[in-house]
Design a protein around this ligand. Structure first.
Ligand SMILES: [Cu+2]
Length: 155
């Protein structure tokens, strides 16, 4: 019964409604020309996003590799509230590929990085080339805020 399942998945993908984690191996080597895209972030040290809730600021203090690349990435994130580094945040990281409607099978592990308000996110896994959106939640006490980084991962 494998064929009907694959057909159903492909149909769902074509409609943009595929929410599964299935690795579509046929797409994994497709060439992506990131230079043609204008609606993605360009990595710079200190790249900062305000939280959607207006509570926090999220900055990428380093990325290895830089810029973000296919495979496992290690990011150093700084979270600030009112300009002050914020420790003790519960951070969750959600990489998502909107074009294909899938996430990544490898969850990012978040650990305090030692410096105030800084956290190591490792691995941030981009397993195929293309545009990835990384949603980062920071939760503390009864407050939560969310930022989104959007990178094009070249082949
Ligand atoms: Cu994909």
């Amino acid at each position: 019964m494998r064929t009907p399942l694959i057909v159903a998945l492909c149909l769902a993908s074509a409609l943009g409604a595929c929410g599964g984690d299935d690795a579509v191996s046929d797409d994994s080597n497709e060439m992506v020309d990131c230079s043609l895209l204008t609606d993605v972030d360009e990595f710079t040290v200190g790249l900062t996003k305000p939280g959607f809730g207006g509570e926090l600021e999220f900055s990428l203090m380093s990325a290895n590799p830089a810029p973000p690349s296919r495979g496992d990435n290690s990011w150093l994130l700084e979270v600030r509230q009112g300009g002050a580094p914020s420790d003790g945040e519960a951070i969750t990281v959600f990489p998502f590929m909107p074009q294909h409607g899938h996430t990544t099978p490898t969850p990012a592990v978040v650990t305090p990085a030692g410096a105030p308000g800084q956290y190591t996110l490792d691995p941030v896994n981009f397993w195929m080339p293309g545009v990835w959106e990384v949603t980062i939640d920071a939760e503390k006490a009864d407050r939560i805020d969310t930022a989104l980084f959007r990178f094009c991962i070249p082949s």
